[in-house]
Ligand binder design. Structure first.
Ligand SMILES: [Zn+2]
Length: 412
């Protein structure tokens, strides 16, 4: 059995170290304070008996659990990130432990009247009777993704202490700066040298993900012409009105607030404008590669149409691909997903396979040559004060890691 006390103690030792990342920084890690946890994790990996523990100049940590069988088994990896989101402060996290949750409101902070309520967050009701770890209402928790790190280290420790469980070589990787989209950037896939890996970075117990968005950004620049309003007839071109035409020509219901599941969207997330120039910033998202390409074409076509309507190059649209759906890289090796499903079912967990409406480090790693689906780490309400994690989900995730290792060694 995985010790509940150890999981809680280990998790709290991580979340009480501030590791917020910073998108404005150009260094890796983006914040110096991430080293505080990174160095501790490297020491801890050594202390539990992991081999080849390395931490590079960018704070990427890798370690090996050697195989304990004499036949050939694929090398698998488990990956998490130790930074927390800059969306909300991660300084002075003061975790609250709620034993035997009764399904009622949880007062996170009485003086500021901050309440974690199942009326609003109904997934809380999945965990009645369990032990929850919450914030004190003033910070995020950092279960994203310190729960993942806690589970991976706990699983490695368990396997080391239980040599009767047979497994192949296992690689562990912890990265900085995932929350600012750079977790995979300096990940040395060659050095990691695994046949495939899993990020332990999902949410609810059972989550298993191998599909994510194809993603692009688009910057639309509209050039106007400023003239004194009193003398403007036939001369002024107001870029804001043309930008408005552009916005209104895209399907209004294909936006984040009107879509779910496999539905893609155009998302206008910033406008800056005056008469002379208006700049629209969009992101384009779609799981389907064909639809994704079509969305980009729609924007380009609209640009061309408005340009010919105004008989000049009044609009320029610059579209840049950001990341792609990992499904393309996972489907040829579907056994790496099947094995997780099997592990979950053997442990009495119902697999929840769904498409991520976003990207993961795993999608980038999959395109870098390391197929990498995503597995639940157990937390909910990431990136804010309502973040919480049931300890029982962390224990289950730890068991899933051990079971995947076992199944990989025993299956053809
Ligand atoms: Zn995460």
């Amino acid at each position: 059995m995985i010790s509940k006390e150890n999981i809680i103690k280990r998790f709290i030792s991580y979340v009480t170290i501030d590791t917020e990342s910073d998108p404005a920084s150009n260094t890796t890690p983006s914040t110096k304070k991430q080293w505080n946890l990174a160095n501790k994790l490297a020491e801890e990996l050594k202390a539990i008996g992991m081999h080849d523990v390395t931490i590079d100049d960018n704070a990427y940590i890798m370690a090996t659990l050697p195989s304990n069988v004499d036949h050939d088994v694929p090398t698998i990896g488990f990956i998490s990130h130790f930074d927390t989101s800059p969306d909300f402060t991660g300084a002075n996290v003061n975790p609250q432990i709620i034993e035997n949750y009764d399904g009622q409101d949880i007062v996170l902070n009485a003086s500021e009247n901050i309440i974690l309520s199942p009326d609003y967050f109904d997934d809380l009701l999945l965990y009645v009777g369990q032990t929850l770890i919450t914030t004190d209402g003033t910070t995020l928790l950092g279960a994203d993704d310190k729960a993942g790190i806690c589970e991976i280290i706990s699983a490695m420790e368990y396997l080391i202490n239980h040599p009767e469980i047979k497994h192949g070589k296992i690689r562990v990787g912890f990265t900085p700066d995932e929350e600012i989209g750079r977790g995979a950037h300096k990940f040395n896939v060659e050095k990691f040298d695994a046949d495939w890996a899993y990020t332990m970075d999902g949410s609810q117990i059972g989550e298993l993900e191998y599909e994510n968005f194809n993603a692009a950004s688009a910057v639309v620049k509209v050039k106007g012409k400023i003239v004194h309003p009193g003398y403007a007839k036939g001369k002024m071109i107001n870029s804001m009105y043309i930008a408005q035409e552009f916005i209104n020509s895209l399907p209004r219901l294909e936006t984040p607030e009107h879509t779910h599941g496999y539905q893609g969207f155009f998302h206008l997330h910033n406008i800056k404008g005056d008469v002379e120039e208006t700049v629209l910033e969009y992101i384009i998202r779609d799981h389907d590669k064909g639809h994704f390409e079509a969305r980009k074409e729609v924007m380009q076509k609209l640009t061309n149409e408005l340009n010919s309507q105004y008989s000049r190059e009044i609009i320029t649209t610059e579209i840049k691909d950001q990341y792609y759906n990992m499904k393309e890289k996972i489907e040829p090796v579907m056994h790496i997903v099947d094995i997780v499903e099997k592990a979950m079912i053997q442990l009495g967990i119902e697999p929840l396979i769904k498409a991520i409406r976003g990207g993961t480090d795993g999608s980038q790693l999959s395109y870098m040559g390391l197929p990498c689906p995503n597995i639940f780490a157990g937390g909910h309400n990431f990136h804010g004060r309502y973040e919480y994690v049931p300890v029982e989900s962390m224990i289950k995730a730890t068991e899933v890691i051990c079971k995947i290792a076992e199944l990989t060694a025993s299956e053809k």
